[in-house]
Design a binder for this molecule. Structure first.
Ligand code: SAH
Ligand code: DHB
Ligand code: MG
Length: 218
C-alpha cells in the first residue's frame, strides 16, 4: 500500500470524527473560552478524546486519574461512555485553568463525578498513594514531569489498569537520538523507560501528537 499523503490523512481523520467524535456543547464552549481568554489550546482533539473514551469503557474503568486538566476537555471525554458510578480525579496547578474546568464540569452536569485537585501534580500524586488504586491514569501535564508521572503510575495503578500518555511523539522530537530541550529529553526517557519495563505492555498510537497506551500487569 502507498502511504497516504497529509491531505488524505486529514480527510480520513475528519471522516472518522464525523462518524464517531462529535464534541459536546460543553466541549465547544471550553474551546471558545480557551480561545477568548488567550489560554493555550492544547486539549485533545475529538478523535483522540473519543479514543480515550472507548479505552476507558473497554477496561471498565471506575476510578480514573488525569494529570493536567486544562479546561476539562479530555476529562469529559474520559467520562463520556462510563456508567454513573465512575469517578475521575484530575490534577491542575494553574488556577485560571482550574476555574474554567470547574465551570465546564458544572455545565456538563459532571461536577458529581469529577474531583479537581488544584496544585502541583507531584504533591497530589504523593498524597494519592495513601488511597485506593486507579483503573486508568491519563498523563498530559508538563512534559518534564513525565518520568515522575510514570513512576507514580506504577504506584497508583491496579494490576490490569491502563496508563495513557499524550504527546509521546512530541512533534517528532523524540526520534532524535539525543539532545533537545528538557521536555524532549524527559519524553524520550519516559518512552524508553516504559518500553523497557516488563510490568507494562505498551504501544504508541500515532493519533495527533502520539498517544501512549499501556496495560499495567502489576
Ligand atoms: N488534558 C487536557 C490538556 C492538558 S494541557 C485536555 O486534553 O483537555 C496541560 C495542563 O497541565 C495545563 O493546564 C497545565 O497548567 C497543567 N500542568 C502543567 N504542569 C503541571 C503540574 N506540575 N501539576 C499540575 N498541572 C500541571
Ligand atoms: C503542548 C502540550 C500538550 O499537552 C499538548 O497536547 C500539545 C502541546 C505544549 O506544551 O506545547
Ligand atoms: Mg497533551
Amino acid at each position: 500500500m502507498e502511504p497516504m499523503d497529509r491531505e488524505t490523512l486529514d480527510r480520513c481523520e475528519a471522516y472518522a470524527e464525523a462518524l464517531y467524535a462529535r464534541e459536546t456543547e460543553t466541549q465547544g464552549w471550553i474551546r471558545e473560552e480557551l480561545e477568548a481568554r488567550g489560554l493555550p489550546r492544547i486539549q485533545v482533539s475529538p478523535l483522540e478524546g473519543r479514543l480515550l473514551a472507548v479505552l476507558a469503557r473497554s477496561v471498565g474503568a471506575r476510578r480514573l486519574l488525569e494529570v493536567g486538566t486544562l479546561g476539562g476537555t479530555s476529562a469529559l471525554w474520559l467520562l463520556s461512555l462510563l456508567p454513573e458510578g465512575a469517578r475521575l480525579v484530575t490534577l491542575e496547578r494553574n488556577p485560571e485553568h482550574a476555574r474554567l474546568a470547574r465551570e465546564a464540569f458544572r455545565r456538563a452536569g459532571e461536577d458529581g463525578r469529577t474531583e479537581l485537585r488544584e496544585g502541583d501534580a507531584r504533591d497530589a500524586l504523593a498524597a494519592l498513594r495513601e488511597g485506593p488504586p486507579f483503573d486508568l491514569v491519563f498523563v498530559d501535564a508538563d512534559k518534564e514531569g513525565y518520568p515522575a508521572y510514570l513512576e507514580a503510575a506504577t504506584e497508583l495503578l491496579a494490576p490490569g489498569g491502563i496508563l495513557l500518555a499524550d504527546n509521546t511523539f512530541w512533534e517528532g522530537r523524540v526520534t532524535e537520538e539525543e539532545g533537545g530541550d528538557a521536555a524532549t529529553r524527559a519524553l524520550r526517557a519516559f518512552n524508553r523507560t516504559l518500553a523497557d519495563d516488563p510490568r507494562f505492555e505498551a504501544v504508541i498510537v500515532p493519533v495527533r501528537d502520539g498517544l501512549t497506551v499501556a496495560r499495567f500487569r502489576g
